[in-house]
Design a protein around this ligand. Structure first.
Ligand code: GN1
Ligand code: CA
Ligand code: CA
Length: 128
C-alpha cells in the first residue's frame, strides 16, 4: 500500500511501480525479483493502461520491458513463468525479430508493444 504513495498504479490485485532506473532485460528482471515482485506483465487492457500511465508520468518516448520473451522458441512469446501469452498489444508489424535479434518486449508510451534486443536499457517497471 505504501507503494501507492510513490507513483504505483493499482489494478485489481496488482500494483505496478517503477524504480526510476533504466536497465537491460536481465537486470530489470533481477531488480523486480530482488524487491519481491516480477517484471510488469499486463494480462488485460486495464493492466496495460496502468503500465502506460506510469510511462506517461516519466516524459517523452520512455519505454519499459515486459515480463515476456521468445528466448526459448523464436516467435513463441511466453510469460517468464513459461505459459504462452494470452493478451497482446503489438504495434502494427510487430513482433518482427528485427536483425534476428529481438527476443524481449518493450511497451511504448502509447501502450503498444514492440520486440527489441534484450541488451537495451529500459525503465524498470515491476508488478507486485
Ligand atoms: C526499430 O530502427 P529499426 O528500423 O532497425 C526497432 C524494431 C522495430 C522497428 C519498426 C532497437 O528497428 O524493434 O521493429 O524499428 N528497433 C529498436 O520499424 O528499437
Ligand atoms: Ca525473437
Ligand atoms: Ca521489433
Amino acid at each position: 500500500k505504501i507503494l501507492l504513495f510513490h507513483g504505483g498504479k493499482q489494478v485489481g490485485e496488482k500494483v505496478f511501480v517503477t524504480n526510476g532506473h533504466q536497465e537491460n532485460f536481465e537486470s530489470s528482471q533481477k531488480s523486480c525479483k530482488d524487491a519481491g515482485g516480477n517484471l510488469a506483465t499486463p494480462k488485460n487492457a486495464a493492466e496495460n493502461i496502468a503500465v502506460q500511465e506510469i510511462l506517461n508520468t516519466k516524459g517523452e518516448s520512455i519505454k519499459a520491458f515486459l515480463g515476456i520473451t521468445d528466448l526459448q522458441v523464436e516467435g513463441i512469446f511466453k510469460y517468464l513463468g513459461e505459459d504462452k501469452i494470452s493478451f497482446t498489444n503489438w504495434n502494427l508489424g510487430e513482433p518482427n525479430n528485427s536483425k534476428d535479434n529481438e527476443d524481449c518486449v518493450e511497451i511504448q508510451d502509447n501502450g503498444k508493444w514492440n520486440d527489441i534486443p534484450c541488451s537495451l536499457l529500459r525503465l524498470v517497471i515491476c508488478e507486485f
